[in-house]
Design a protein around this ligand. Sequence first.
Ligand code: ADP
Ligand code: ZN
Length: 435
Amino acid sequence: MERRYYQPEIETMPLEKLRALQSERLVRQVRHVYENVPYYRAKMQEKGVTPDDIRGLEDLPKLPFLSKADLRDGYPYGLLAVPLSDCVRIHSTSGTTGKRVVAFYTQNDVDLWEDCVARAIVAAGGTRDDVVQVCYGYGLFTGGSGLHGGSHKVGCLTLPMSSGNTERQIQFMMDLGSTILCCTPSYAAYIGESLKERGYKPGDNKLKAGIFGAEPWTEEMRRDIEASLGIKAFDIYGLTETSGPGVAFECEEQRGMHINEDHFIAEIIDPDTGEVLPEGSKGELVFTSITKEAFPLLRYRTRDICVLSREKCSCGRTHVRMSKPMGRSDDMLIIRGVNVFPSQIETVLLNEGYTPNYQIVVDRVNNSDTLDVYVELPPEKFSDTVREVSQWEKSLASAITTMLGIKPIVHLVSPKTITRSEGKAVRVVDKRKLV
Ligand code: ADP
Ligand code: ZN
């Protein structure tokens, strides 16, 4: 028997009831952080708000925003809202040195997070008869353990593969008859290609669905993956700060992702003014986590640009749907699943004695991201010796790899050859056309 919902009463809750639930939880959450997190208390006091001012959903805009910078400020324990002894887990963003954010979980936080992921798995058609192959990375990254926990909740047979070792992924997929594949969309595409190279046809595997997320992907990419693996591909969205994947997920409609509104209140704001925008507007997505105990975030600015829709969904779920993120309001790039800020690359260049005349080119070739960094040689380093230049390129590439965790191709070019701009320098050329 196919189970359409994991938690039917919640997932199909009438809007009025859902709003009342959100209001009640918000009021409680605001009190919780005010009483237990000095950082929040100070921020609220600065804005002249006390928990008494927050009586329901309509008072949400009175609260101050929280940003990644606040989380970095508070690193590591500054935003913790419960004693450390109540926490059972830590995860961290895929970002790198200096940009890392750590998030804490109580057992209850882990439970609720896994429920959210379980909803996504059931929405993708998952039941206890399924074999779920999890090839998101395990470890600090939330992808692996998030999908793993959700899969357990549904009662699926869970294959904790983690990422990489494609040969083994394919062998297990075939031998153990995986029916649901969970990984980044780029890895799914790569697995699809690898299967083809080995002479498999889409019908040769037992896969029926895939749950892919953690990075932007297009409808074209979805069609490619669906065709090469012979599956239906579902999107899943989340961020470490709000627990991980499962904040929102696609249903069989595949038209936007339902946000788990019993746990997260979503707002769309104008990224420049902070003004809350009316329903249907395109803007920055802001989340308030109303059930998290250890690391609750009030009005957290995700920097993801998208649109929310309350249009009735044929799946019966009442929770609001978010569009695929259409870009970011900061300059963060997601390359091979890793968060990259151009400023990090700039820091390395300056540390290594280069000038800040550079250009970052990101592309997607055969569904895999490429990162090329063009850097001008400083005049004093200018050399005709190819061997010397290629050695410098290698050493710079390795310094960048240490900083980012992913490997770029560095091209050292002659001084003054990177176009100077009259306005804002064009540091990043993203050719991936993900939106
Ligand atoms: P994760 O651990 O899931 O990668 P991070 O906190 O490192 O989470 O990064 C979160 C960011 O990843 C989001 O703010 C968003 O920009 C991006 N992201 C996550 N899921 C998706 C998705 N399904 N589609 C597009 N972007 C996504
Ligand atoms: Zn739906």
